[in-house]
Design a protein around this ligand. Structure first.
Ligand SMILES: [Fe+2]
Length: 641
């Protein structure tokens, strides 16, 4: 790439940048001791050599420094100098963290402090690396890890034992000693002699770009992309990038043409020089008005004791067959607020960041089945941990860990020229990317998050549930300015709901922040929400929203209220699919078309209307003459206004 590029620093200013690069690498890693949550590192680009725009987002240095001072455990040691000439043997990887692996990881996780790559130096009793551009040291002595420099106010700080970082450095090996298998769609689909040993996830798809997250399952690998707009004709090839095993490597592929089908392969090069080539994958950049397209929706995969992994994989396979432009997940996917271990009946909330990261990695690998060709958008659920009432304001709580893990492994969009959304910068996570909107074809897509700004659990006071003033105003503004024929809302559950557990569809819509009534029928909206124009449901009616897609209640419910479809989305993974009538009754669903799980929704948006189809998943053991996998269990159509 020639000519001057530019980069954005802290998203406030643009400064010149002259590198021949076009790639943005995002690293978002937490540990129990290190606190810098969000680091965005600029590396070499994922594109061809044509002229391009290039941007990099760096962390807010003020916030970063503040955070490390407030949370690192301080333990100043007597010797404040690094000494020279002592060699410390690296520990083996036999369930221990060796110094090289730890410092390599720290360079990846905290590039703002430890810009890669410094050489190892030795001074009794330390093995250390010095980063001259930042003035920071990272050292290990015995089993303890130390930092020193501007990041620690000049002091030597003990930030924990080497093994306390084990799950951060080796997350894939941190499943109670058992490796987590990388379930690899590419491996299973490729006919290459050396199939890809990685999973791929696409996100942030727009009119001109897509972000690709590469999660390598092997050591010593590098990779590159080759892509083009015709099958098997890859006219563009990126540079080759080194990857760290089990840490997502994220790059932005930009300068794409809008409304274009792209084809690509990922080529991984192992330590022996073998090329592992993925099967051909595809994506489609944003559609203009007037074009027909498909997207898919799921909710509440849970993967708890009432779930079946085979059932979930079958639904993911059915989604893949639909070839949607993108997939939207309505939450309760990671479940760290309730279950730490997948497919377990043991309800234990995650108590540390490593546990949270393991669960997000596990679900990331499940999604690797389909996300090489289907960009993913996540919606937060009440069990996904990102809850205002569990956020104590420090860096060490499940709300921060879960946000950080989502940002690390997934690719929700932050505001730019294509997406609008939350610009709030959390001190520990950076931009949270939990509510956002975009236009695709003739539809406006709006994702809401009613959890982060809710200070106390809705079970104690349903009026406590809120979008918060900034999200509400953004919603109102987005709806008022939208010229799209169809407007869709996506959230896990209504803002309020019923039965102290945020339950319900149209029967719950009239209450609390969503509809303005107390449970006794009195309208007290003005008292409880003096700063909001009107209840959310009224806002959606005013701006002629087409449909609200919500989850949380584990059934299929198609309802209608004041011109809006209220669609409860079924589970993709449930093993108990026959209890839906009792669920509907106990959750106050009194009207509409009610069906059981499992499956997903396939939406087809055309200039003339919207078609929604419930695609039922039936495992072979459950099929019968009246039950066929992939059958359309229900369908609704809305004509163009
Ligand atoms: Fe839920």
């Amino acid at each position: 790439m020639k000519g001057q590029e530019s980069r954005v620093v802290s998203q406030y200013s643009v400064i010149p940048f002259n590198e021949a690069t076009e790639m943005i690498m995002f690293v978002t890693v937490t540990s129990q001791r290190f606190v810098l949550i969000l680091c965005l590192l600029f590396l070499e680009g994922c594109s061809n050599n044509s002229s391009q725009q290039s941007f990099v987002v760096l962390p807010d240095p003020v916030n970063s420094i503040v955070s490390i001072d407030t949370v690192i455990s301080h333990s100043q040691i007597p010797n404040s100098r690094f000494n020279i000439n002592q060699t410390i043997n690296n520990a083996t990887l036999n369930n221990r963290v060796d110094s090289d692996s730890l410092m390599n990881w720290a360079e990846m996780a905290y590039p703002y402090y430890f810009p890669a790559h410094a050489v190892n130096s030795f001074q009794d009793p330390y093995e250390y690396r010095y980063y001259s551009s930042t003035g920071n040291y990272l050292g290990i002595s015995g089993n303890e890890v130390y930092v020193m420099g501007p990041l620690s106010g000049g002091k030597i700080l003990d930030v924990g034992s080497t093994n306390s970082f084990f799950c951060s450095v080796f997350p894939i090996n941190c499943n109670q000693g058992q490796p987590i298998e990388l379930y690899d769609y590419f491996t299973k689909s490729s006919l290459n002699l050396f199939p890809l040993q990685a999973s791929i996830l696409l996100g942030g798809i727009s009119d001109q770009s897509v972000t690709l997250s590469f999660l390598s399952g092997t050591d010593g690998a590098s990779f590159y992309l080759q892509y083009g707009n015709q099958s098997n004709q890859y006219t563009n090839k990126t540079s080759t990038f080194s990857s760290i095993p089990h840490q997502p490597f994220k790059c932005l592929v930009n300068s794409l043409n809008s409304n274009t089908q792209y084809y690509y392969q990922v080529v991984q090069i192992d330590a022996l020089g073998h090329e592992h080539i993925s099967a051909e994958q595809t994506f489609h950049t944003a559609r203009p008005s007037g074009q027909t397209f498909t997207f898919t929706v799921q909710a509440d995969s849970h993967l708890d004791e009432n779930s079946d992994l085979s059932q979930y994989y079958l639904t993911l396979a059915n989604i893949s067959k639909d070839r949607p432009d993108f997939h939207i997940d309505l939450g309760d996917t990671f479940m760290t607020e309730k279950y730490s271990v997948p497919l377990s009946a043991n309800a234990v909330r995650a108590t540390d960041s490593s546990t949270v990261f393991r669960r997000y990695l596990y679900e990331r690998n499940n999604y690797g089945l389909i996300t090489g060709s289907i960009p993913l958008f996540l919606v937060n659920g009440n069990h996904d941990g990102e809850l205002g009432w569990l956020n104590d304001g420090t860096s060490q709580n499940i709300s921060i860990w879960s946000t950080s893990a989502r940002l690390n492994y997934f690719l929700n969009p932050t505001p730019n020229n294509f997406f609008s959304g939350d610009s709030y910068q959390n001190i520990f996570t950076g931009q949270r990317a939990s509510w956002y909107s975009w236009t695709w074809g003739d539809a406006q897509f709006i994702v809401l998050d009613p959890f982060w700004n809710t200070p106390t659990s809705g079970s104690s006071d349903p009026w406590a549930m809120t979008l918060g003033i900034s999200q509400y105003n953004w919603l109102s503004d987005t709806l008022s300015k939208s010229n799209a024929k169809f407007k869709f809302i996506f959230l896990h559950n209504l803002v309020g709901g019923l039965l102290s557990a945020m339950r319900g569809g149209v029967e719950a819509a009239p209450y609390y922040e969503w509809g303005g009534l107390d449970i006794n029928g009195a309208n007290s909206f003005a008292t409880h929400r003096p700063n909001l124009q009107m209840p959310i449901h009224n806002l959606l009616v005013k701006y002629k929203v087409t449909a609200v897609f919500h989850g949380h209640d584990h059934l299929y419910a198609r309802q209608f209220l004041d011109g809006i479809v209220y669609q409860e989305v079924p589970q993709p993974s449930a093993i108990n699919y026959s209890n839906y009538k009792s669920i509907a009754s106990s959750y106050n669903y009194l009207s509409g078309t009610i069906l059981g799980s499992s499956g997903h929704l396939r939406l087809t948006v055309s200039p003339g209307g919207v078609k929604s189809q419930y695609i039922h998943s039936w495992l072979p053991k459950d099929t019968s003459p009246s039950r066929t996998n992939g059958e359309i269990a229900d369908e609704w159509n809305i004509s163009s206004p």
